[in-house]
Design a protein around this ligand. Structure first.
Ligand code: ZN
Length: 418
């Protein structure tokens, strides 16, 4: 067996996508077992949205596979983009038998920045076939893609349909009505195809690249059948990917240390500052964990998710998930563990029923009319718009790697968005 890893061949401005290169390459090789799309930790700022590395598992021997991959990168990698530094790593191993150091490297690459020096050292130590273009930074992701298969046990699927090259950069012809109808019928085996509330076909990108649409789900047959039923311009090619999308592979449970920028966490704590909607419609609140006080934010593009965030109160116990940057955790989902169900209010007068007034510092409360007296405030129930369990951003705001609630396996009731 041979594993081919490739990364950083794409360009936002010049309209390319590493998945397309991998799909083309896979179609030229013999006996491809699977093509793996691995979402990694963003290596650089401009790739924050979804750094994708690709691995092809094939029976083609490593040496000809390496030659074929080099030719394909030479031909279509967007090296003219100053931000694009392609990398290629090829190993004559079965995907499941790559050394533990490579698997560990893949695990880390989903959760933290890694350096090219580390990648080069592992590539050298294992005598892998490798090549970098320009700075060769893509070898980081390429190596991680090689090690990804044994690193994870939760995988999902994406069927990506690509456009005819002469259509790239022109408006896509996809019938949104047909997408919504097919998405409804295939839910929840296929998810994040559309955002029903926003009426948007989430599966159709807005970027100038080669992707026509991408259908995601837990069942390869279902994502393929969804793609087959969409009414659109004729795709030039299609490729089924096995992927860590929708798995939360990026999240780490906080250790006994303060959170760090550029990492994604699952944190449990108590709301200590109430939600505050700031200019632009972004909603902030603060959470106190056992080690930290963390500001959390639901940005405007998370749309209706912000209503749940605005319903939080000081004292609520939550688990929050998201990436920290500039000291602020960008919420992807949260679980209500315990709600503040009451607030402390002055007692009512037992005679006339009106609210009693403070009788002065440490003097308790009294009713002037009836001369009644009480020592302290009393708890009063609060009407809450939240229930215990998990809330998430809608499909239109989902990060590739974030796990949709509908996939299940959560430790509390779920309130899925679709
Ligand atoms: Zn009274």
């Amino acid at each position: 067996m041979t594993v081919i890893g490739v990364d950083d061949t794409d360009s936002r401005d010049h309209g390319m996508c590493t998945t397309y290169l991998a799909a083309r390459l896979a179609s030229q090789l013999n006996a491809v077992t699977r093509v793996v799309l691995v979402r990694l930790h963003p290596a650089v700022e401009h790739k924050t949205r979804g750094n994708a590395a690709l691995a092809i598992h094939t029976e083609t021997p490593a040496e000809p596979a390496f030659a074929q991959a080099r030719a394909e990168l030479d031909a279509i990698a967007k090296t003219e983009d100053p931000q694009t530094h392609p990398g290629l790593v090829v190993t004559p191993e079965a995907p499941s038998t790559v050394p533990a150091t490579v698997t560990e490297y893949a695990r880390t690459a989903m959760r933290a920045h890694l350096t090219l020096d580390d990648a080069r050292e592992i590539i050298r130590a294992n005598n892998y076939f490798a090549q970098g273009w320009k700075h060769g930074r893509g070898q980081i992701g390429a190596l991680a893609a090689v090690g990804a298969w044994p690193a994870l046990d939760d995988w999902t699927y994406e069927l990506i349909a690509y456009r005819e090259p002469d259509r790239w950069g022109t408006p896509r012809t996809v019938d949104t009505e047909s997408v919504i109808a097919v998405a409804d019928a295939a839910y929840p085996a296929a998810w994040d195809t559309v955002d029903r509330e926003e009426g948007e076909a989430v599966c159709v990108p807005n970027t100038p690249g080669p992707v026509l649409y991408g259908i995601r789900g837990d069942n390869p047959a279902v994502v393929e059948s969804v793609a087959a039923e969409i009414d659109s311009e004729p795709p030039a090619r299609e490729q089924l990917f096995v992927t860590n999308q929708g798995t939360d592979a990026h999240l780490r449970t906080a250790a006994s240390e303060p959170v760090r920028d550029g990492r994604a966490y699952r944190l449990t704590g108590i709301v200590i500052e109430p939600p505050d909607t700031r200019p632009g419609g972004h909603v902030f609140f603060s959470l106190e964990t056992s080690t930290d006080s963390v500001e959390c934010v639901a940005f405007e593009p998370t749309k209706r998710f912000r209503d749940h965030v605005r319903s939080l109160r000081v004292g609520d116990e939550l688990t929050v998930c998201g990436e920290v940057s500039d000291g602020t955790l960008k919420l992807e989902k949260f679980a209500v563990r315990a709600l503040q169900e009451t607030k402390q209010v002055p007692p009512s007068c037992p005679v006339c029923g009106r609210s009693m007034e403070s009788a002065g510092a440490t003097q308790g409360y009294r009713c002037r009319d009836c001369n009644e007296h009480a020592e302290s405030k009393v708890p009063e129930p609060i009407a809450r718009d939240l229930e215990p369990g998990w809330y998430e951003v809608p499909p239109v705001a989902r990060r590739h790697i974030a796990k949709p609630l509908i996939r299940g396996g959560f430790d509390a009731p779920i309130h899925p968005e679709r």
